[in-house]
Ligand binder design. Structure first.
Ligand SMILES: CSCC[C@H](N)C(=O)N1CCC[C@H]1C(=O)O
Length: 349
């Protein structure tokens, strides 16, 4: 079943007649149109229309099987209005701006607008075979680039040098970086989102490299923490604790497992090493058209793993003023358990 068909069933279950899709990743998921930020989709039980503007006439025809209406607002909303009389139309409350909602209210007074959240996102959490292949290819490329760049992570190199080498190689391979590269060395490792700076890597540093490739619209996400020279005993101990938590959580991945329980499992291991407070974020997240998408692997999440989900397992420990460690794998939930998509070797300290 296509995501459009699944969306129609979800609409029926939610008591809706139509949905106005404005979130760029959701636009892409239901229409195939890759410039989702300049597109919207109106889905009813009988029709689906992609709205975009004249810059994308050729691209929309190439990429999307949907009927396409080329115009700019308010002509788009005027075009849609007659078909919406008396309908309950869902809009994406977690994306639509207040101003855009006012526009919908003004142009569609005959429709009942209903705020919905996560409607398409929940469908996207389970990937199709083609989606898994795109993510697999993106990760394979990231692994290859990491292998090429690993020898460059030495004392005297700047974090920025490492990041630009990774970006260049991804670009040359027809991909791009999935997000601002995180290269955090020495004390900067205490910043979970420590994007590459001009810091010069020192002998004895741990260096956290968190990288993803975006290929055919799909993302990968992986972190390795590597040692330059011989790290101090304390950071080596932290590294081993994070690795233990990471590998235990990966081994526990299988359909039916609550993601909150996975987070708990990893957190308990780190707490056992006195690092519970240092694990400053959730265990992971889904990956696909967006780097962060459903399911959530937070301690407060109600999500349950299903075959076809692609998730990260990425515990970390961050010690302000000292340093940090994160180790992250990209994992496919299979019918019987899991498959680790990220193949880059992990150091054993
Ligand atoms: C800005 S994208 C960050 C990608 C990274 N792998 C990631 O998802 N995280 C790093 C710290 C925790 C986690 C996050 O929640 O952002």
């Amino acid at each position: 079943m296509t995501q459009l068909q699944e969306l129609r069933r979800a609409l029926s279950r939610a008591g809706l007649d139509a949905a106005w899709i404005s979130d760029p990743a959701n636009v892409r998921a239901v229409s195939g149109f890759s410039s989702g930020k300049d597109g919207k989709v109106l889905v009813t039980q009988g029709a689906a229309t992609l709205y975009t503007d004249a810059r994308y006439t050729v691209q929309a025809a190439e990429e999307s099987p949907l009927d396409t209406f080329i115009a700019r607002p308010p002509a788009t909303l005027e075009h849609a209005a007659p078909g919406l009389t008396g309908l309950r139309v869902g809009f994406e409350a977690d994306h639509l701006t207040v101003a855009a909602l006012e526009d919908l209210r003004e142009h569609w007074p005959q429709a009942t607008l209903v705020a919905v959240q996560g409607l398409v996102q929940s469908l996207r959490a389970v990937k199709t075979g083609a989606e898994v292949q795109a993510i697999r290819d993106a990760q394979a490329l990231a692994d290859q680039v990491f292998a090429e760049v690993r020898p460059l992570i030495v004392a005297g190199a700047r974090e920025l040098d490492i990041a630009s080498e990774i970006e260049l190689r991804l670009r040359r391979a027809g991909a791009q970086s999935a997000f601002d590269l995180i290269v955090a060395s020495g004390p900067r490792g205490a910043m979970p989102h420590g994007t590459a700076s001009d810091r010069v890597i020192q002998d004895g540093d741990l260096v956290t490299v968190d990288m993803g490739a975006q290929l055919r619209g799909y993302n990968s996400d992986m972190t390795r923490t590597v040692a330059v020279g011989t790290p101090g005993a304390e950071m080596a101990r932290v590294y081993r604790a994070v690795l233990e938590a990471e590998e235990a959580a990966v081994r526990a991945v299988k359909p039916g497992v609550r993601t909150a329980d996975l987070d708990r499992l990893a957190r308990d291991i780190l707490t056992g090493h006195g690092l519970g407070e240092a694990f400053a974020h959730s265990l992971g997240h889904g990956v696909g058209l967006e780097v962060h998408e459903a399911p959530s692997l937070r301690g407060t999440s109600d999500d349950v793993l299903q075959p076809g989900m692609v998730i990260t397992i990425e515990p970390g420990a961050y010690l302000p003023g000292v340093g940090g460690v994160r180790i992250e794998d990209l994992v496919l939930v299979t019918d019987s358990g899991y498959e680790v998509l990220s193949q880059s070797p992990k150091e054993r300290l």
